[in-house]
Write a protein that binds this ligand. Structure first.
Ligand code: UDP
Length: 353
């Protein structure tokens, strides 16, 4: 059996060891019903925080948070953060929650679709979440004097040349501004620029992590939006062909969700992380073909590997330089691919099949 409670307490206890506690803090979490957002909400609640989750449930799932709804420390607001929202006051013609007058300690902005499969049909809403949404989140942080945490991405680096891999935060990126991935890559980059603008002009306390490929229980699965890990798991469990794009030699660093959430919460909390992008991801590199073979082995599947064209601008090499994360966050991932995949596959078997 997959034990979710145990995973959440594992993250909380790792944080507690370094005295990182969100106890009694009030957190506004955008995208709180999403894959990473819901793990973040649960970890924060387990540490004794109060969480207001904002999500428009376009890609976030109600089932990720429905079990939290009776928790007195959790509130859910169905709202798209690319439209302004105000707390503790009335603003004419705007969406307002004047009765929510609590101090807001942290605004954590995670809302955005992230799967390349969704870029075509949701390009504009992705752009809005990461630009207007980030601006609105920053506006709340400015008004309430909160820390603003932004989930940025390794996509800021685009398709870096081999000389820039492992990629450090100082690398500015090699991104196609008008390609099929640009709605995500460029809007995430613009989101970072928004953070810097609010820091420069208003001294907002901004924190931002560049997230690398993350997988684990609750990752969305479905042919129309699946990312590589859920796709391969579904294909293997159903004995369907495993669709490897290109020759499968492109690499990714697959980070298990427990490690990722721990890293992100460290980044949000630790004062020395202020104003700096920080890579938060696995360093061990695996090819997509190796991933396919590993999932096939663990699931004991009869699926055949088939090769399909590599999507345009699909990054060939991706690996973080973790020097900064180790130094500032005292963090590095602990879960190897086999262990993380086994838990994820178990969760898929129990919930998705
Ligand atoms: N990929 C694949 N088969 C799939 C889905 C994805 O081979 O069914 C490849 C994709 O081309 C990319 C890698 O797996 O090289 C990771 O894709 P994903 O969509 O998970 O995220 P990305 O890292 O590209 O943002």
């Amino acid at each position: 059996m997959y034990d979710h409670e145990k995973e959440i307490s594992e993250i909380a206890s790792r944080l507690q060891k370094d005295n990182i506690s969100f106890k009694d803090k009030n957190i506004l979490m955008t995208g709180g019903a999403g894959f990473l957002g819901s793990w973040m909400c649960e970890t924060l609640l387990s540490q004794g925080a109060n969480v207001i989750c904002i999500d428009n449930l376009s890609s976030g799932q109600w089932t990720n948070i429905s079990h939290l709804i009776n928790n007195p420390h959790f509130r859910f607001i169905r709202h798209d953060i690319s439209t302004p929202i105000y707390f503790g006051k009335v603003v004419p013609n705007a969406i307002c929650y004047p009765n929510i007058t609590d101090r807001i300690d942290f605004v954590m902005h995670l809302a955005s679709r992230a799967s390349p499969f969704e870029f075509k049909n949701h390009a504009i809403s992705i752009m809005k979440s990461n630009t207007l949404g980030t601006m609105n989140a920053l506006g709340i942080a400015l008004e309430h004097n909160s820390v603003l945490f932004y989930s940025s991405t390794s996509e800021c680096y685009g398709n870096p040349p081999p000389s820039q891999v492992p990629t450090s935060e100082d690398y500015w990126g090699h991104v196609n501004p008008i390609g099929p991935r640009s709605c995500y890559d460029e809007s995430k980059r613009a989101g970072e620029a928004f953070l810097k603008a609010y820091e420069l002009q208003h001294n907002v306390n901004v924190h931002f992590a560049r997230i690398f490929n993350t997988y684990g229980p609750r990752i969305r699965a479905g042919k129309e939006f699946g990312r590589v890990v859920p796709n391969f798991i579904n294909q293997c469990l159903n004995d369907e062909p495993i669709t490897v794009f290109g020759d499968g030699n492109q690499t990714r660093c697959f980070t298990y969700v427990v490690d990722e959430v721990e890293g992100l919460l460290r980044d949000a909390f630790i004062p020395e992380a202020r104003g700096l992008p920080i890579n938060v991801g696995q360093v061990k590199v695996d090819s997509v073909l190796y991933l396919a073979e590993t999932i096939k082995r663990i699931t004991n599947s009869n699926s055949k590997i088939i090769f399909k064209p590599l999507p345009i601008d699909d990054p060939i090499l991706r690996q973080p330089d973790l020097t900064r994360a180790k130094k500032i966050l005292n963090w590095e991932p602990r879960t190897d691919l086999d262990t993380g995949l086994k838990k994820t596959i178990q969760w898929f078997k129990e919930t998705q099949v």
